[in-house]
Ligand binder design. Structure first.
Ligand code: DAH
Length: 340
């Protein structure tokens, strides 16, 4: 019987050496260690053996079982490793960027236009201000003459934090912050990201960009407002663009205007971007409301001012003839790579 066991082990080793995959290995395991294995048959003969033989055979069979189990597990590890190595070899994936020398990365189109506008304003004597994305209700609404129950808040629903802070809905939030820091006369701009509850479409996104501007001094008037706007637009587009001014309502300006430019995608004929009207609302503006000046601690007897809120993404869309605002935040290199 000892011989039988030794022979069985030899057989096992032979067959194991021919196993080439995990399926075969599992079959071999069942054949040699399963319930119906030859080992079982051999051990069944034990009942006729003497106690010494039984003891010896018992030990030998355990020894062989352990050896088989450990050889099977070693083989399993080797086969698994070989399978992984094989996969790595055949399915090699290049996770590095395709960095051709001309594509070393660059600025996003919104940044390109923002920096350009900052330069234009800097050359006109403006300073650039920054403000927080997470704003207080006070700077975003209250100080801008938009009290809690004002219907203008409906147009600018946003994300509210439990402590009452909000994601700012417009860069106008920098107005009173700016006035608190600077003594008039001053000229400031404040570019940045703003957030609203929006249903996204070709011209609306929940996060977008604006550029606020504000000029406060003695005898500031509407004519200066309009000439500043026109200078800016001709600098940006490098040519005269058709504009129109209409009355517009914003609680923080009086009088308020909507400044539209002829849609640069369709030349004013009407398309999906301008909602078929031929005009794009680009730059709402107006004379700063006295309540806002007062909130900023400014003497309204002595000073007046104008302000505007430029839709930066819209301007970028007009400038580069981009048909869908959602491209800007898509992170798609096929889109942003075109501006490098
Ligand atoms: N903050 C306004 C908005 O997002 C836009 C705006 C209108 C800004 C008139 C101004 C302004 O500075 O004078 O809808």
């Amino acid at each position: 019987m000892i011989e039988d066991l030794n022979k069985l082990f030899e057989d096992f080793k032979n067959q194991l050496s021919q196993v080439i995959d995990l399926q075969q290995l599992d079959n071999l395991k069942t054949d040699f260690l399963g319930k119906k294995s030859p080992m079982g048959n051999i051990l069944r003969g034990l009942k006729d053996a003497t106690p010494e033989e039984r003891k010896e055979l018992g030990m030998k069979s355990n020894e062989i079982k352990e050896a088989m189990t450990s050889e099977i597990e070693n083989k399993r590890i080797a086969l698994t490793k070989a399978a992984i190595d094989g996969k790595i070899g055949s399915e090699w994936l290049d996770v590095t960027l395709n960095l051709s020398p001309s594509k070393n990365g660059g600025l996003h189109p919104v940044s390109i236009v923002q920096y350009e506008i900052e330069d234009i304003f800097a050359s006109m004597g403006f300073t650039v201000l920054d403000g927080p994305h997470i704003e207080t209700d006070y700077y975003n609404f209250e100080a801008l003459n938009i009290p809690a129950d004002h219907p203008a808040r409906d147009m600018q629903d946003t994300f509210y934090f439990e402590n009452g802070a909000i994601l700012r809905t417009h860069t106008s939030a920098i107005q009173v912050r700016g006035m608190e820091k600077t003594k008039p006369p001053f000229k400031v701009i404040g570019p940045g990201k703003v957030f609203r509850v929006e249903r996204p479409d070709a011209t609306h996104e929940a996060a977008f960009h604006q550029l606020e501007g504000m000029v406060v001094g003695e005898n500031i008037n509407v004519a200066q407002l309009i000439s500043t706007m026109k200078t800016l637009l001709s600098e940006i587009f490098k040519r005269d663009v058709e504009v129109r001014l209409r009355p517009g309502f914003f609680p923080f300006v009086e009088p308020g205007f909507e400044l539209d430019i002829a849609c640069q995608l369709c030349g004013g004929k009407g398309c999906s971007v301008c909602k078929h009207v031929g005009w794009i609302e680009l730059m709402p503006c107006g004379m700063v409301h006295p309540n806002v000046l007062k909130a900023g601690g400014i003497d309204t007897e002595k000073y007046s001012g104008f302000a505007f809120g430029l839709g930066l993404d819209r301007l970028v869309m007009m400038r580069y003839k981009i048909e869908d605002i959602r491209n800007l935040h898509s992170g798609d290199l096929r889109f942003s790579g075109q501006f490098i």
